[in-house]
Write a protein that binds this ligand. Structure first.
Ligand code: GLA
Length: 666
């Protein structure tokens, strides 16, 4: 029986787009708070996140509580109609905790302690840490649960700590006992017969600490699963506390995009609101595509519905080697891109740029230049535009005929030492495939390989090295049910325990793709290319190639020259495609465009100039110019541009970083 309906982002947005950011006013004298509120209101800020790193301020000594400053802030926000996303401060314990309870500090692979003095120095497995975290969460929820400014809970921040210490060793063993029941089962699953690793007692098992040579990959894989699960336990513990006090208030925790340590599919199921922090590099020519990928993935984790952009930067970050500002207009463009791809909240780290501390060179919505600075002026314009448009957009879903499959387990298993090529990085491979779809203006969702794939006509697998039996059944059912499947290289190679499947690829998948024998994998060096004799001419493949023999493929693109001359590089059997190399970008785009067209999937708009993105959110059409030159875009039918009020018939001009938000005119 389904439980009571959970609150959602809509409970916080109430038909608006949320606009605001992390607000860390404990850095500033109180007179600045009043200045902040004035500027927030001018900029249409309707939400702030308070308290993310406030633990030492709230609990300066064990068990002490200092809520007065937060009371005043909550009241101030409410007085000015600004909602508060209230964070639990548990990502950065106060110095006293590490001093009094050293077991709360995590240890790295080499046994080194991660000391206080930065942030996120907690062991997910420490009972002491969890006890203190629960207590401060309980007291925050009791104190502010009824506060009228409270709109959402933000648990912790970017959960990302690993721990190889003794606390983690204890919980790792318990986790393994739950998973395997007996040591025999564990030994079998980990293949400990190799290299004399057989375990004779649970106490012999450690987190995979620094070792002489390659570690057991199944051990490492389970440790990654365990770490994600332990962090999730910490989140769920705090979530359940705030839920008990405020069942009507939605709960989130902010993801880092495609972060390796968190199986975000599983985490998202435990959230009322899926939120992400997104910082594309303004200098990256593919920054917009990176943004689109993360946005597509976050929306998919939110079940296709609205999601929250919890953090972005109004200008430079401070954690790249060289940190570039955003050129004029780029912050606005990328913010609209997020809204186009389903965000109902556009927020920043942080409201006011710090003058001290590790992030003083990281931009804020109000930069060091203050209210007359370009950064704030652009923020203010954007906030006003979003305020005017919000009611037309909030809550709308996005339909995607295409799903790209991604799975953390497969990533963890494929990213280990001892593999054939360290040049192959799964997120990069996924980026290449998503880029091809993005450049072809084909709207894309992401899915887990065991999700229901029936809503998608085309399923794209950039690479899923590890596939469970259930996932393989799912892929087969997808094609049997009329779907089209395209897979990149090294898919279906290993089972759930990272055991290579006989034949180097699951037999049923080989049959699906028309592969009789997979003789050898032929990884390519950095910069090495193979040629393929495609229907549109010769194209280059990079990263990987395979020595495959086909029996019954319906279509083959062969390798040309070299050791694999004449053998299939790309093959199709019915509606299943296998691509054994990474085709150059234009070729991958052409291939996916053709496959999509065959599957009856159309781009959002035809004939778009390069660098122009079009997305449909409900019946609203977003057109975004990622270039600096003016472009003309053909748009069928008549629309009204919600930003300018202009009527658009037939075509549209967009200047540098221009945005149009088009609603069909009746
Ligand atoms: C993360 C954190 C923030 C801040 C930003 C800087 O997203 O959540 O606290 O450190 O990075 O980019």
């Amino acid at each position: 029986m389904a439980g009571p309906a959970r609150p959602s982002l809509a409970d916080a947005t109430r038909g608006r787009i949320l606009f605001g950011g992390d607000y860390n006013p404990e850095q500033w004298p109180e007179e600045v708070w009043h200045e902040d509120v004035r500027l927030m209101k001018e900029a249409g800020v309707n939400t702030v996140t308070l308290g993310v790193f406030s633990w030492a301020k709230l609990e300066p000594r064990p068990g002490a509580r200092e809520f007065g400053w937060l009371d005043r802030l909550m009241d101030l926000m409410h007085e000015h109609g600004i909602g508060v996303v209230l964070a639990t401060p548990t990502s950065s314990p106060p110095p006293w905790m590490g001093r009094l309870h050293p077991e709360t500090l995590p240890r790295d692979e080499n046994g080194q302690i991660e000391w206080w003095g930065s942030r996120q120095h907690f062991s997910h497995s420490s009972e002491t840490y969890r006890r203190y975290a629960a207590a401060i969460t309980e007291d925050l929820a009791a104190r502010y649960g009824d506060h009228p400014a409270l709109t959402m809970w933000h648990i912790n921040n970017e959960y990302c700590t690993y721990d190889w210490g003794d606390e983690a060793a204890r919980t790792f063993r318990a986790w393994l006992q739950r998973k395997y029941g007996t040591l025999d089962t564990l030994n079998e699953a980990w293949g400990t017969a190799f290299w004399s690793q057989g375990y004779d007692g649970w106490h012999e098992i450690l987190p995979p600490r620094r070792a002489h040579y390659l570690k057991n990959p199944s051990h490492v894989l389970d440790f990654k699963r365990f770490t994600s699960d332990m962090l999730l336990e910490c989140y769920v513990m705090e979530r359940d506390i705030v839920r008990r006090h405020t069942p009507h208030v939605p709960v989130t925790t902010n993801f880092m995009p495609m972060w390796v340590g968190q199986d975000a599919w599983r985490w998202a199921e435990q959230e009322d609101v899926v939120s992400v922090d997104l910082y594309p590099d303004p200098r990256d020519p593919l920054g917009a595509q990176h943004g689109a990928l993360v946005q597509d993935m976050t929306r998919s984790q939110a079940g296709g519905g609205p999601w929250m952009l919890m953090e972005q930067a109004a200008g430079p970050v401070n954690w790249r080697g060289v940190n570039h500002p955003k050129p004029r207009g780029l912050n606005r463009l990328w913010s609209f891109q997020a809204v186009a791809r389903g965000a109902d909240a556009v927020c920043y780290f942080q409201w006011r740029q710090s003058r001290q501390g590790a992030e003083k060179f990281h931009s804020g919505m109000v930069g060091h230049a203050g209210e007359h600075g370009r950064t704030y002026q652009e923020v203010r314009r954007l906030g006003r535009e979003l305020a005017a448009l919000g009611h037309e957009l909030a809550g709308r879903h996005i339909e995607a005929d295409i799903a790209v499959l991604f799975d953390w387990n497969s990533w963890w298993a494929s990213a280990q030492d001892g593999r054939l090529s360290s040049e192959v990085d799964l997120p990069e491979v996924v980026r290449s495939w998503h880029r091809a779809l993005w450049e072809a203006n084909l709207t894309t969702a992401f899915a887990h390989p065991e999700h229901d794939l029936s809503p998608h006509r085309l399923v794209v697998v950039p690479q899923l090295y590890l596939l469970t039996d259930a996932a393989i059944d799912n892929l087969l059912a997808c094609v049997r049910g009329g779907g089209t499947l395209v897979s990149g290289f090294m898919t279906g190679v290993a089972d759930e325990d990272d055991r290579i499947r006989p034949g180097g690829m699951d037999a049923r998948l080989r049959d699906l793709f028309g592969i009789r024998t997979l003789h050898e994998w032929w990884p390519l060096d950095a910069g090495e290319e193979v040629e393929c004799d495609g229907p549109r001419g010769v194209f280059r493949g990079t990263l990987w190639s395979e020595e495959i023999e086909t029996a019954d493929a319906d279509e083959v693109v062969p390798y040309k020259g070299g050791e694999l001359d004449g053998l299939p590089a790309v093959l199709r059997k019915g509606r299943a495609w296998y691509v054994s190399t990474l085709p150059e970008p234009a070729e991958l785009r052409a291939l996916l465009s053709r496959v999509a067209a065959d599957a009856g999937v159309r781009p959002v708009l035809d004939g778009l100039p390069g660098g122009v993105e079009a997305v449909r959110r409900g019946d609203v059409l977003f057109v975004l110019n990622h270039g600096r030159e003016e472009v003309t875009v053909d748009v069928p039918d008549t629309h009204r541009d919600l930003l300018t009020g202009a009527t658009v018939t037939g075509s549209l001009s967009l200047g540098r970083y221009g945005v149009a938000v088009l609603k069909p005119s009746p």
